[in-house]
Design a protein around this ligand. Structure first.
Ligand code: UTP
Length: 306
């Protein structure tokens, strides 16, 4: 299949986002025993709201959550909470009331249950009947990416230009390639690769690139056929990476090196640094967070010297 380098008037618009939230979040235990990691805060906003707002700003009209056991709080967060609203109203807390209501009015949400956590590929496949025959984005709420325009907007622009599936990529240091799916392929324009295959968690030095696939994808509906045909791996999971490699081989797949700063909040250190970074960017908190950090660094330097 050809890569079109011009606007494709025949493509269907990207209207739907699939957000898989059925994972167990074992890297963040014990908090994830009772709290879905997607509801953990980025300062005072749950991570899931940050990515849903990213979808809204990118023009997405419908979000499909792939949920699992214990994840009901995510749906509740985007629903009305009449009791809370009434109390806020009675107490004259207008600003808080508006903030709370705005979340329920953000976007239409649909939930599909993934009854067993059989992997990211399986989670995406669960969305098939709701997505139907349209291109769609997959947004992993573990990956918070601050950029202007957002990565989802950037992916939609690439899709509109080339008419093919797109995965977001980011260069990672050699010693970290074994934590990611790494693309191989040819660079044909600035920030763009034609993906040949994706190698899952390679040994350092074993792949020609160090471009890791990050949690934003724009997929054509054909991906569902590849996912359906796919055998589970040795751990019993259906991996999205394998279906993407097949899509790249049999159709086409673009690797797009996005601009933006990414935090992996599914990991303890990533969760902490995301909160520091987002806190520093907040006009109401930034200066105080910065002076706290400066004080801590000065204390650490002093301790090292003595
Ligand atoms: P992860 O690989 O981060 O897995 O999933 P996890 O279970 O959430 O977390 P750890 O590794 O045990 O700490 C990537 C994304 O795919 C979703 C997760 O919710 C997360 O958004 N996922 C994963 C599912 O929806 N279903 C699955 O079966 C697996």
């Amino acid at each position: 299949m050809e890569f079109r380098d011009k606007r494709n008037p025949n493509h269907k618009p990207v209207r739907k986002a699939v957000i898989p939230v059925a994972g167990l979040g074992t890297r963040l235990l014990p908090i994830t025993k009772s709290v879905p990691k997607e509801l953990l805060p980025v300062v005072d906003v749950p991570a899931i709201q940050v990515v849903v707002e990213e979808c809204v700003h990118a023009g997405i009209e419908e979000v499909i959550f792939i949920t699992g056991r214990g994840k009901g709080g995510i749906e509740d967060h985007f629903d009305y909470n009449f009791e809370l609203e009434k109390i806020l109203e009675q107490r004259g807390k207008t600003e808080e009331l508006e903030r709370v209501r705005a979340i329920s009015q953000l976007i239409r949400t649909i939930s599909v249950r993934q009854k067993k956590p059989l992997g990211l590929g399986h989670a995406v496949l669960c969305a098939r009947d709701v997505v139907e025959d349209e291109p769609f984005v997959v947004v992993l709420p573990d990956d918070l990416i601050s950029s202007e325009p957002s990565v989802t907007t950037q992916l939609i622009e690439v899709y509109e230009k080339y008419g093919q599936g797109v995965v977001s990529t980011m260069p990672v240091p050699d010693e970290e390639v074994s934590r990611y799916g790494i693309i191989t392929g040819e660079n044909w324009a600035p920030s763009l690769h034609r993906v040949r295959t994706i190698v899952e968690k390679p040994e350092p030095g074993m792949t020609p690139s160090n471009l890791a696939v990050i949690g934003r994808y724009l997929l054509p509906p054909e991906i569902f056929d590849f996912l359906e045909d796919q055998e589970p791996d040795e751990s019993g999971e259906i991996q999205l990476t394998d279906a993407l490699s097949k899509l790249a081989r049999e159709r086409a797949l673009v690797g797009y090196e996005f601009t933006g700063r990414r935090h992996d909040i599914g990991d303890k250190l990533g969760f902490l640094t995301a909160n520091i970074a987002y806190g520093l960017n907040r006009p109401d908190l930034g200066p105080e967070v910065l002076s706290y950090l400066r004080k801590k660094v000065a204390e650490a330097d002093e301790a090292e010297e003595s």
